[in-house]
Design a binder for this molecule. Sequence first.
Ligand code: AMP
Ligand code: GLY
Length: 420
Amino acid sequence: MNILILGGGGREHSLAWAVMQNPKCDKLIVAPGNAGIAQIAECATLDIENGREVVAFCEATAMDFIIIGPEAPLAAGVADKLRDAGFLVFGPSQAAARLEASKHFTKEICDAAGAPTASYGHFTDAAAAKAHIRAVGAPIVVKADGLAAGKGVIIAETVAEAEAAIDDMFGGAFGEAGAEVVVEEFMTGEEASFFVLCDGETALPIGTAQDHKRAGEGDTGPNTGGMGAYSPAPVLTDAVAEKALDEIIRPTLREMAARGTPYTGVLYAGLMIKDGAPRLVEYNVRFGDPEAQVLMMRLGAQVLDLMQAAAEARLHEARVNWANDHAMTVVMAAAGYPGSYEKGTEIKGLETCPEDSFQMVFHAGTREEAGRILASGGRVLNVTARGESLGEAAARCYAMVDRIDWPDGIYRRDIGWRAL
Ligand code: AMP
Ligand code: GLY
């Protein structure tokens, strides 16, 4: 099989690493890729949000299977363009990608499906939103309706803070994404992520994870895209997962199918779990980053067969082979992240890190220049390992972190502390 992966972060490095190990993979191209991906696959320059350009590239390179990593090409309808041209694709249609691209849409689906989630109001003008906020009181959650690169959610501790968020959103702070706003009940409990492959009808769970969103140790400091993750998530027990499938995921799939927009690809459900009962926080229509890195470490080569089964609507006959293991990833970021940071600092020592089915340094934001690896983003490396226990995985991760010689890098020393 000739396979194309769209994307260029740590998620796509881990996907490429797993796919490459499957003997079905004859040729792998990743667009745009990064310096780490370039060590295992061919990288191509391509506007991955331009469906026509992606189709032309796939025709020219005789691709058999296209795996779409990030949400932006999905929301732009790249999967539709590829399917219309006859390609096999892993990832939802533009219509189904609204489960991530519009918070209000997801709320409507939950209402129609009877799926437990936070109560909410939906607003297109500031006065009505503020009246609702004053009536409900704080804490309360204000969300820009559209895609806002993870920044469109404000957890307001006071009514004044929530009103200020409303003014920001309707004032254009999030562009088009903030033209509509969802105001939600603040939920308490423990958060975990549930990953389920879908082929329009069948739902196949492929793992759970928890991440650390805060920049600082002890889960303090500013929000980030994620400073580390581990799998499985202890709070997402088999019983909670079964409940989430019965009450949230399967009703969602039925509702999407009934609307003529069946969901295929990976559905990433962010859940809030309290007293054994899960409620939906949000859907994403792609793998999490860095959650994919721990899932790929645990699933390995079989993930290609599973993604192909999802794309071919054969999930009812697919089986996941579980190892009773644990995986962890530690994110190394450029000093200053999530604020402003320097680009182009050199990373040394990567060649001293082991690379095998138990440990791998995935690249999230790197580029190569004259044989040197340079940081090119905020989150730069995902140091990932698995073990029989989470403690063993953590020891392997931090042993690699200690080998990496990057004075300009920062990371958290306490990933997984709740579970450890
Ligand atoms: P989202 O982009 O919807 O996942 O929101 C980002 C983060 O905000 C989530 O991972 C939660 O930690 C938090 N969050 C979002 N909605 C709620 C809610 N209704 N109650 C409590 N926390 C929330
Ligand atoms: N790590 C959170 C996300 O990928 O959305």
